[in-house]
Design a protein around this ligand. Structure first.
Ligand code: ATP
Ligand code: MG
Length: 599
């Protein structure tokens, strides 16, 4: 049978009470009976002594010749009545043979004293017994009667202990009554105490359940400093410690999640069964799978399952490149082995698209540079070979040859300069010597310088400008910016075209626009032409001596940005290109946004 703790507590109390009650009841009852009976015994002994004395005196006063025994027999009825009258007890007299000779009462229950008389006869001593007749206790007492040391018969008393019975029944009644009351009280109090005792245990259970449901911010309130108080205190400390530990673990988890999220690679950690232990956002970006639970959720990425299977089969390091959703991805798989833990696996997914693109660009650049270096070198070597072998003396041929060697030498120098510049930009050690400069003068000089090249290509450059405030900049570098842009414009213009160079002031910024009417640049290409080594089409401008490295606009952008400026492009294929350079004027740089506030 299953009993609740409370029921058991009440039952224990009940049993304890019942046991104590019965013990007390037994002691009181037995003690009282014993007291009464002892009293009665002593009383009857006394009566028997008095009666023996009385009989002896009475018999001595009777003067006849018969023996004491005969005198006793003949006067027995008288004697029994007088003793009974004095002592208020039924008195029976027996002869020496134990035969009843007188009974002070007319009741017929006398025969029941025969056993006691016979006992007294055999032991020659008083005998005291108790008998229960009709729900009343009777004390039966017999004793030998001796006169002058001669046994003359036996004396018997039947003494009612009704008084004791009544007293004991009253005692029993009151004890049962008080016992029942006490039992009722005990049960009630037990209920109450049990509830009190059990409340903290119930609280503990409730709080444990809440903790199971993930609510850790709890405590039990118990005011007493007893054992339960100790338990609740220990429990509260445990909850606090657990809570702190959970907060710590949570923050560790968040930090780890932050680290994983900020990783630039996709990450997939898997257990032995292919369940995902952790992953980061790139998994969705790369494979378009939201919240995957297992490696088998990657239905269309069999390469991931393949890596997982190989790792599981004991391969230590896997590295392979795949193309997926227009991306070039490098997959690196390795096992995670930690002492005491089962082996897990990690797959890192690195997006190599940009790197690959740069690699491609660099490859193109190297082949382009090699080509560019080779062309002038071949020409130079060709001419010098010819001059040394043939020993040319014709001044015209000699002159033309030396001119070509010189031009190609300059072309080589230009290329090497550009490469050195790019290298410096990449190392961020490019040295700017900024001064206050007039952009109109700077542009006029550049345009004039470029006119020669323009006229060679049968292109006309028009420069217009209003009066402009000064800018703070590196004169040579800014010249390089506009030379590069105008050079491009000339390169991509058709003979007879015009190039418009216009500089204006707009919103405290100098805007320089270089507009040509060449082939234009598509929207997609517009985003790329400022990248290093990027060229739209390898051969588009390969007019003799006009090859490019794809570095011109990259350098332009670097210089403009280092002057806090911007470069934009407006172009449509077939309609020409407009490159717009924006530079802050000197005051803008000095006062910045403050000027607005003072206005
Ligand atoms: P470099 O300037 O290093 O000698 P490049 O002129 O080829 O070589 P960039 O100046 O960086 O390199 O230009 C990048 C690409 O942008 C060019 O290859 C060209 O295809 C395109 N481009 C630049 N300017 C124009 C323009 N005005 N019209 C059409 N295409 C242009
Ligand atoms: Mg260029």
């Amino acid at each position: 049978m299953h009993l609740s703790y409370r029921a058991r507590l009440i039952l224990y109390n009940f049993i304890l009470f019942a046991f104590s009650f019965l013990l007390i009841f037994f002691c009181v009852f037995q003690g009282t009976s014993y007291y009464y009976i002892n009293q009665t015994k002593n009383l009857l002994m006394e009566i028997s002594r008095d009666s023996s004395l009385y009989i002896s005196q009475e018999l001595k006063t009777i003067n006849d010749d018969s023996t004491l025994e005969n005198r006793f027999i003949s006067n027995s009825l008288y004697l029994s009545h007088s003793i009974s009258a004095t002592e208020s007890t039924r008195t029976l007299l027996y002869d020496v043979n134990g035969i009843l000779i007188a009974d002070s009462s007319t009741l017929t229950t006398s025969a029941s004293l025969d056993t006691e008389v016979n006992l007294s006869r055999s032991q020659n001593a008083p005998v005291f017994t108790l008998k229960q007749i009709n729900n009343t206790t009777y004390a039966y007492f017999t004793a030998p009667i001796t006169v002058d040391e001669t046994l003359i018969g036996y004396l018997g008393f039947v003494y009612s202990l009704r008084e004791m019975d009544v007293f004991l029944s009253h005692v029993a009644f009151f004890m049962w009554l008080s016992g029942s009351l006490a039992l009722f009280l005990i049960v009630m109090l037990s209920f109450r105490f049990a509830s009190n005792f059990i409340r903290p245990i119930k609280d503990l259970t409730k709080i444990s359940e809440e903790i199971n449901e993930g609510n850790y911010n709890l405590a039990i309130y118990y005011k007493h400093q007893d054992e339960i108080g100790e338990l609740t205190k220990a429990f509260n400390v445990m909850i606090t410690n657990n809570n702190n530990m959970i907060i710590q673990l949570d923050s560790e988890r968040k930090r780890l999640a932050g680290v994983l999220a900020s990783l630039d690679d996709g990450l997939l950690a898997l257990d032995q069964n292919g369940n995902i232990i952790t992953s980061n956002r790139y998994i969705k970006t790369y494979f378009n799978v939201t919240s995957p639970k297992s490696i088998y959720d990657f239905q269309y990425q069999s390469f991931l399952r393949d890596i997982f299977d190989r790792l599981k089969n004991g391969k230590d390091h896997i590295q392979e490149e795949i193309d997926c959703n227009d991306r070039n991805l490098l997959l690196i798989g390795s096992p995670i082995r930690e002492k005491g833990f089962e082996e897990n696996y990690m797959i890192i997914i690195r997006n190599m698209t940009a790197a690959k693109h740069i690699q491609d660009e660099q490859r193109k650049f190297i082949s382009s540079v090699s080509h560019e270096l080779r062309t002038p070198l071949t020409t130079i070597i060709g001419y010098t070979d010819m001059l040394t072998r043939r020993q040319v003396v014709d001044p015209e041929i000699l002159n033309r040859s030396l001119n070509t060697i010189n031009r190609e030498g300059h072309r080589l120098l230009r290329l090497v300069d550009t490469l050195l510049n790019v290298n410096k930009f990449d190392k961020a050690e490019f040295d700017f010597k900024k001064t206050n400069l007039n952009i109109v003068i700077l542009l006029s000089e550049v345009v004039e310088q470029m006119q020669i090249k323009a006229s060679q290509s049968e292109v006309e450059i028009n420069y217009r400008s209003e009066d402009l405030p000064e800018v703070l900049g590196d004169y040579d570098r800014l010249q390089q910016v506009f030379i590069n842009i105008i050079h491009n414009a000339i390169k991509y213009s058709n003979p007879g075209d015009i190039i418009d160079v216009v500089s204006t002031l707009e919103d405290r910024h100098i805007i320089v626009s270089i507009r040509d009417y060449g082939p234009g640049i598509s929207d997609i290409e517009q985003n790329r032409i400022f990248n290093a080594f990027y060229r739209v089409e390898e051969d588009r401008s390969r007019a003799p001596g006009e090859g490019g490295s794809g570095l011109g606009l990259y350098i332009v952008k670097q210089i403009v940005e280092k002057h806090d400026g911007q470069i934009q492009i407006e172009s449509q294929v077939g309609e020409g290109t407009n490159i717009i350079v924006t530079l802050p004027i000197l005051e803008e740089l000095i006062y910045g946004g403050d000027k607005d506030e003072t206005l």
